[in-house]
Design a protein around this ligand. Structure first.
Ligand SMILES: [Zn+2]
Length: 308
């Protein structure tokens, strides 16, 4: 990863210092620290004494237990015609869990071919959970989806009792992300035209975009991926960063659900999760290259989180 502009350490350092500033409500100090007078008995590196804890201090959070190293499969919508495999790899080392989705739309093969490859990757830390062909029957028929099962990317957080199979699938995917406390959901799609050629014209022209939804890693995560990769791509093929946090529509409770009901809304249903939706352009870009670009994005995203 010698060519990447932002590695895990710099990303996490930037994220944690931003979080620290937000938590403390303090401005960053502009001038360099002044040398301290040496006080006998106090080491120079020692942090300032902590303020007394208020009596109502909340208890420390229980650390998430580390899952033992394992590699196994599960099935979503088991026993139905729409059953599809989930590949789960637990590293055995503490770290974030990442959910990767492919084949949400069956006529976007670069995404599901890449997801099938990612399912074979071994995480260094945390867990890697991959659903390579979320709408498996649609991938076999090479269609976006079927009218009678619904469009998975319009049905989150799902409903286990729905008459639409993909709404039940959305419920199982949301439950999976909650069970593993996933920090990132990477959803691999394809569009027809490149966004840069027809910006703002709709879902048929979202090619080469990376969109970050609501979540703790927003808004910086998608831009960090693009920044790391774009230098190695021809100008026309570079990723355009889109903000998926500012599209809201009313939900049934009178509040708002981020980004409607696409996977970009998952951050509203899974605590601690940030969704990232990646679209490759199919126009004049063959499927092997689309797959390779999806793999570049996935490798960069997982590397920034320390999972690879
Ligand atoms: Zn799609």
């Amino acid at each position: 990863m010698g060519t990447t502009g932002m590695n895990r350490r710099t990303f996490l350092a930037a994220a944690s210092s931003a979080a620290l500033l937000a938590a403390c409500g303090k401005q960053a100090r502009a001038e360099p620290p002044k040398p301290m007078a040496v006080i006998p008995g106090i080491a120079m590196d020692q942090p300032a004494p902590e303020a007394a804890q208020p009596h109502s201090a909340p208890p420390a959070p229980t650390p998430t237990p580390v899952r033992p190293a394992a590699s196994y499969e599960r099935t979503l919508l088991a026993g139905t015609p729409w059953a599809t495999a989930v590949s789960i790899r637990d590293s055995g080392t503490a770290g974030p869990a990442v959910l990767v989705l492919g084949g949400v739309h069956g006529n976007e093969p670069g995404g599901w071919m890449a997801a099938e490859e990612v399912a074979n990757w071994a995480p260094r830390t945390g867990s890697l959970i991959v659903v390579p062909r979320a709408n498996r029957l649609a991938t076999h028929s090479f269609v976006r989806t079927f009218d009678d099962i619904g469009d998975l990317n319009r049905l989150y957080p799902g409903d286990a009792a729905s008459s639409f199979a993909m709404e039940r699938m959305a419920a199982e995917i949301t439950a999976l992300a909650n069970e593993f406390e996933c920090a990132l959901a990477l959803d691999m799609h394809e569009s027809w035209a490149f966004y840069v050629d027809a910006p703002g014209t709709g879902t048929a022209a979202l090619g080469q975009t990376i969109t970050t939804g609501v979540g703790p890693l927003a808004p910086a995560f998608g831009p960090s991926i693009a920044e790391a990769l774009n230098g190695s791509l021809p100008e026309h093929d570079r990723f355009v960063v889109r903000d998926g946090t500012s599209f809201r529509r009313p939900d049934t409770t009178g509040g708002t659900t981020a980004r409607g009901r696409s996977s970009l809304s998952l951050g509203g249903h899974v605590a601690g999760l940030t969704p990232v939706l990646v679209e490759m352009g199919q126009q004049n870009q063959d499927v092997d290259r689309r797959m390779a670009l999806h793999l570049m994005v996935a490798r960069q995203a997982l590397g920034m989180l320390g999972v690879l």
